[in-house]
Structures are given as C-alpha cells and as structure tokens.
Write a protein that binds this ligand. Structure first.
Ligand SMILES: CC(C)(COP(=O)(O)OP(=O)(O)OC[C@H]1O[C@@H](n2cnc3c(N)ncnc32)[C@H](O)[C@@H]1OP(=O)(O)O)[C@@H](O)C(=O)NCCC(=O)NCCS
Length: 176
C-alpha cells in the first residue's frame, strides 16, 4: 500500500532513481532535482532549505511541503503541496505538483498519490486546491477530473521546460 511520508535519509537513493528516470525520459511536466547533485551528503545539505520552504522563507518560492510516495519500501514518486495562493501558484505551478517514476506509471499510483495528497491538503487546513495542468498532459487531466477537479479556465503560460503552452486550471474542493 502506497503512503506519503516526509523526506527522510532512508529513501534518498530511491529519490535519486526517481529523478534519474524522469530526466532520462525528458519529462517536462514535473522538474525533479538534477540527479547528479544527489550524493551521500545531499539530504543534510538541503535539509534546512526544505525546512525554510515550509515556513515560506525562501525568496520567490511559495510555502511548500514535499512528500515522498513509498510502497513496500520502494520509492514510487513525489508529492508537493503549496498551501498559499500567491501569483506564482495561481498563474504557474498550482497548489500541487506530483510525479510517479516512469517505470511505475500506469499502475494506479498517480491516482492514489493525488487522493492521499488531497487528504494531506485537508490536514493542512486547506478548503480547496488549484491544479494547473498543461493542456497536452492528458493523463494528469484525466486523474484530476476523476478526483473531482472542476475546470475554471485555460490560460497562456511559459516556462523553460515546456516553452509557451496552454495551462488548464482546475479547482478541487476538499469536503470536510
Ligand atoms: C501524471 C502521472 C503522475 C500519472 O501517474 P500514473 O501512475 O501513470 O497514473 P495512474 O496509473 O493512476 O492513472 C493513469 C490514468 O490515465 C489514464 N490514461 C492513460 N493514458 C491516457 C490518455 N492518453 N488520455 C486520457 N487518459 C489516459 C489511464 O486510463 C488511467 O486512468 P484510470 O485509472 O481512470 O483508468 C504520471 O504520468 C507522471 O508522473 N507524469 C509526469 C509528471 C506529471 O505530469 N505530473 C502532473 C503534473 S500536473
């Protein structure tokens, strides 16, 4: 059974494999850490930076929490939650970023990670989350709609990885 846990030293090498698979497959919808930077010291080196992100103390970065998806000890994917709604969240990255390692896609993990992630969002006190999804990302659109996403609009967006693209914005209301 897959579960979402806080980042921890035990799963750093699994995280590196996950990042490597996304890199090797040129996934643009989710940009992982460059795997070449993930070494034995990486966790301790980056710990305070991630803690600062959780407190909104990293300039230009919204308050964000990073979770790892683990199934029976195997690293499956990542789930990121942004709990505020600054411009960057509203117009670019949304409340949620998540990905499944390429070798484990198509097995139901993505749907389960988003489902668990919505529960976490509720625990963080959120009443709704915004998902921003590249119009071409049919799998992510399907999962979002399956889990209750209501389309608000489609806007023009740009980032280095995806270039100019259309971004669908969906709200998911979190029922109490
Ligand atoms: C999006 C992502 C997390 C999905 O993970 P996954 O483990 O493959 O997802 P699941 O196996 O739970 O579900 C895939 C669903 O897409 C459906 N699907 C597959 N191809 C599809 C297509 N071309 N069009 C529409 N739906 C499609 C499947 O039928 C399945 O739906 P179902 O369970 O209702 O039958 C994964 O593809 C990924 O990591 N992508 C790169 C990062 C990314 O896009 N993140 C989201 C950014 S908004």
């Amino acid at each position: 059974m897959v579960k979402l846990i806080k980042r921890c030293p035990e799963h750093v090498m699994g995280y590196k494999e996950f990042c490597q698979e996304l890199y090797d497959n040129h996934v643009t919808y989710f940009r992982p850490t460059n795997p070449k930077y993930i070494d034995d010291d990486w966790f301790s080196r980056t710990k305070s930076w991630y803690e600062k992100k959780e407190r909104g103390l990293v300039e230009g970065s919204p308050v964000s929490f990073h979770y790892w998806a683990i199934d029976n000890g195997r690293f499956i994917g990542e789930f990121q939650l942004r709990t505020d709604f600054p411009e960057k969240v509203m117009m670019e990255i949304g409340s949620i970023g998540y990905a499944v390692r390429v070798s484990e896609q198509g097995k139901g993990y993505g749907s389960e990670i988003l489902r668990l992630g919505l529960q976490l969002a509720k625990q963080h006190g959120m009443r709704k989350v915004l998902l921003t999804i590249n119009e071409k990302n049919k799998v992510s659109i399907h999962i979002c709609e399956k889990l209750g996403g209501i389309w608000q609009d489609t806007i023009e967006a740009y980032n280095d990885a995806e270039g100019h693209h259309l971004l669908r914005r969906y709200w998911i209301t979190l029922l109490r």
